[in-house]
Design a protein around this ligand. Structure first.
Ligand code: PLP
Length: 409
């Protein structure tokens, strides 16, 4: 008899966005004429940049010719893309990476979920709360998070609350945690950490031998020049941090799939006997065993965003979304709502009117204004009493959604 991994049974029945999608689908089937506008899931809507499309065509043609056809690629990614990443994303910020520290993937979800395979099942983990659900769900699948209590808190997880009360700045824990997940710019709150705040985390990690998993999937949305784009802008981070990046929100690759993970050669963890083990070769071993590489087409497409035209086109699209964010912030504030984020990230985090539960506001907005948001409580206990809006819609839809919300509120 095969025994099931019972840790899966402790997970919430559905992944958050599947839950939202199910409710929206039910609403649409009951209200066939309603035109529903989604400012809910964080999927992009603008088409790929012309430079990316051109690179895709070219790569497809290469694949169709015998002399330039490519089969399995290197598991770690093609050299042309890894070099472009180092040259364009890191060197201009004074960060020097070796090519072996860059691992191309099929998007950050896979690696932010898989990275926990490198650490023992009984490590303690800490997360900012609210948080992108993948980190906790993936740890829970192997039993590292413990069990969920009545307040939706996992027993073996240390939560660092981020709320309006503390300006969404997580406090450095007063107890030992083995692994900390940080996501900045943050999904879902849209808030950022200054260099000084991030430095506190790196120093905490170095002092206490903590590993940081740093998710920078939204770094391209940072507008303010002083906000760090990479954790490696902080001295010492190469020893304690692994960083994740994605082309999904940077360049509209949610359907195309490509991202990357940086595992510095210095970053290590200990065996139970105290021997230090470097994680870079372990991650290479893991990837070459379980991953057969990102498609050649996706990697050529990603490379194209580093050309002068590609950079300008991608910047235009990000500006387009950030105009939505500015419009939402301005309108919500005029209406008297407490809203956060949206200045260095494509997410607006709203305190619910009169402290209403997140799912109630989600349901009301859907039923009365036909607008979809994401209930904050789905991102963790401290997300209760908030909802998230994304800036990834078209200008017209965002404008229309705001008009409806104004009428409804
Ligand atoms: N990390 C964060 C914080 C995200 O919000 C997302 C997607 O929404 C991802 C990672 C995963 O992105 P992808 O797998 O498309 O690269």
């Amino acid at each position: 008899m095969a025994l099931v991994n019972e840790h899966f049974l402790k997970l919430p029945g559905n992944y958050l966005f599947a839950d939202v999608a199910r409710k929206v689908a039910a609403f649409k089937s009951a209200h066939k004429n309603a035109s529903v506008i989604s400012l809910g899931t964080g999927d992009v809507t603008r088409p790929l940049a012309p430079a990316v499309v051109e690179a895709l065509h070219k790569a497809a043609d290469e694949m169709g010719r015998e002399e330039s056809f490519r089969g399995y690629g290197p598991e770690q990614g093609y050299q042309f893309l890894r070099e472009a990443i180092i040259k364009n994303d890191y060197l201009p910020r004074g960060i020097h990476l070796d090519i072996n520290e860059v691992f191309i993937n099929d998007g950050a979800k896979s690696d932010t979920g898989n990275i926990q395979e490198l650490i023992r099942w009984d490590n303690s983990i800490g997360v900012t709360d609210p948080i992108y659900p993948v980190y906790l769900d993936s740890n829970s699948m192997i039993g590292r998070s413990g069990v969920k209590d009545d307040h939706d808190r996992w027993s073996n997880v240390v939560y660092f609350p981020c709320t309006a009360e503390n300006g969404f700045i997580p406090a450095i824990p007063d107890r030992r945690v083995d692994v900390v997940y940080l996501c900045y710019p943050n999904n879902p709150t849209g808030t950022v950490l200054t260099k000084d705040e991030l430095r506190k985390w790196v120093n905490y990690a170095l002092r206490n031998d903590v590993l940081i998993f740093f998710d920078a999937a939204y770094e391209a949305y940072i507008q303010h020049p002083d906000i760090p784009h990479s954790i490696y802008e902080i001295r010492g981070a190469r020893k304690c941090a692994i960083e994740f990046r994605s082309y999904s929100k940077t360049a509209g690759f949610t359907g195309l799939r490509c991202g990357y993970t940086i595992v510095p050669e210095e970053v290590s963890a200990a065996t139970i006997e105290g021997e230090r083990i470097y994680l870079n070769p372990l991650w290479f071993r893991r990837q070459s065993t379980k991953f057969n590489g990102t498609s050649y087409l996706s990697q050529r497409a990603a490379e194209a965003i580093y050309t002068p035209e590609g950079k300008a086109q991608v910047r235009d699209t990000i500006n387009y979304y950030m105009q939505n964010a500015a419009m939402m912030l301005e309108r919500f504030r005029t209406l008297g709502y407490e809203v956060y984020g949206g200045e260095n990230a494509p997410y607006i985090w709203m305190k619910t009117p009169h402290g209403a539960p997140s799912w109630k506001v989600f349901n009301d907005l859907l039923n009365r204004a036909h607008v979809v948001c994401t209930p904050g409580s789905g991102f963790g206990p401290s997300g209760e009493g908030y909802v998230r809006f994304t800036a990834f819609g078209s200008h017209a839809n965002t404008e229309e959604a705001l008009k409806r919300i104004e009428r409804w509120f």
